[in-house]
Design a protein around this ligand. Structure first.
Ligand SMILES: Nc1ncnc2c1ncn2[C@@H]1O[C@H](COP(=O)(O)OP(=O)(O)OP(=O)(O)O)[C@@H](O)[C@H]1O
Ligand SMILES: [Mg+2]
Length: 265
């Protein structure tokens, strides 16, 4: 049975349509990557899934229940952004996130505290933040804060994790480590992930499906007349066969190197 069902969603701000006729069903445990031009409504779509705003038309159900505008954490829907507590150390941010995820109102029984702290330290070690475990988030660089926010969202072991360009500010090596961290935790917890990214190789590497948002109706005299919808739904398992073909035929992402000159001797 479908876990998340998005049924004919429309969203407008004032008179301006942003999304129209968006429908999909997603199985529990699926990893959905979302791509599309800037401003086409990807973050809006995540906010609708988070139940932070209501669609103009249509309905979203999770596990058979329509979203109702009630607090999300208890239903296990977690958004990666803006969740770091500034008054807690880096390690305690992860500890608190796990307690909140377990519905303990942030309070852990003392017998469990040690175990959770150790788990937090292991997570920090994996994402290269162990050396700042006892500092406060404000003393971290932007990329480090970003990693902390992701680790925190994951520590809550959500049923649904919403990620909005989570690895944007990271260098390639750190990004690779975060990918592995995310994939391992996902395999462990079977969570369902929706991730917006502008990085196509990343979308196909991490996703089981890649959804592309775009406008199918376009008025050249009024570019804002219509909203975007899901125009492609790629099967991205096994590296994404359609994508592989695009890559091979166009060499856009891997330009052919100059052939070495044939030796004349
Ligand atoms: N609360 C709001 N009120 C009015 N307009 C909004 C609101 N939120 C978003 N918009 C508009 O809706 C459109 C879609 O915004 P959204 O942030 O969803 O785009 P996006 O696809 O996430 O873009 P990007 O890739 O740049 O993050 C934008 O034109 C934006 O200006
Ligand atoms: Mg956005």
């Amino acid at each position: 049975m479908a876990f998340v069902t998005v049924d004919n969603i429309f969203q407008s701000y004032g008179k301006r349509p942003i999304l129209e006729r968006v429908s999909i069903t997603v199985d529990e445990g699926a990893f959905i990557s979302i791509v599309g031009a800037s401003g086409c409504g990807k973050s809006t779509f995540l906010r609708l899934l988070l139940d932070q705003e209501r669609p103009t038309r249509g309905q979203i159900t999770v596990d058979g229940e329509p979203l109702t505008g009630e607090p999300n954490r208890s239903r296990g829907i977690v958004f990666q952004r803006y969740s770091v507590f500034p008054h807690m150390t880096v390690r305690d941010n992860l500890v608190a996130a796990e307690a909140l995820g377990a519905n303990l109102f942030g309070i852990l029984p003392s017998a469990k505290r040690r175990e959770v702290r150790e788990r937090a330290m292991r997570a920090l070690d994996r994402i290269g933040l162990a050396h700042v475990a006892h500092q406060y988030p404000a003393s971290l660089s932007g990329g480090m804060q970003q990693r902390l926010a992701i680790a925190q969202a994951l520590a809550a072991k959500p049923r649904i994790l919403l990620l909005d360009e989570p690895f944007g500010a990271l260098d390639p090596g750190t990004r690779e480590r975060m990918h592995e961290f995310l994939l391992d935790l996902r395999a462990e917890t079977k969570m369902t992930v929706f991730m917006v990214t502008h990085d196509l190789p990343e979308a196909f590497k991490l996703g089981d499906r890649v959804l592309a948002f775009d406008k199918i109706r376009w008025d050249p005299h009024d570019p804002e007349a219509y909203g975007a919808t899901i125009t492609y739904d790629f099967d991205a398992r096994d590296g994404g066969i359609p994508y592989q073909r695009i890559k091979e035929e166009t060499h856009v992402l891997d330009p052919p190197r100059e052939k070495p000159l044939a030796s004349s001797g």
